[in-house]
Design a protein. Structure first.
Length: 106
């Protein structure tokens, strides 16, 4: 694996873990074990999620520029695809939690 790509992948993962930690925690839990503070932090996490999802290339470019990493088009496309895939999977899990909570209240 190319060193630039590996370094970029690690930086991207660290950045997403930091910015989207409430969503990642929720995606790893069941509804019953979801952290109590998740719902309070939902709005801030959702804003970040939308920013990553709508502009993965822009967010990735900014991150790479900040760290002086140059990626070729193929590597950048792979990382953008990974961003979108990860967010879609988190969305599926969080939406499942929301539907479970609604059905428990009904």
């Amino acid at each position: 694996m190319d060193d630039n790509f590996t370094h970029a992948s690690i930086l991207l993962l660290r950045e997403m873990l930091f910015q989207l930690s409430p969503l990642l925690k929720a995606a790893q839990c069941s509804l019953r074990t979801i952290p109590f503070d998740f719902w309070q932090s939902w709005e801030a996490a959702e804003t970040e999620r939308v920013a990553w999802f709508n502009d993965p290339g822009v967010r990735l470019s900014a991150l790479m520029s900040a760290h002086g990493i140059v990626l070729d088009a193929e590597a950048a496309e792979k990382l953008e695809t990974a961003i979108v895939y990860a967010l879609e999977k988190m969305d599926e899990k969080v939406n499942s939690h929301l539907m479970e909570s609604v059905s428990e209240v009904s």
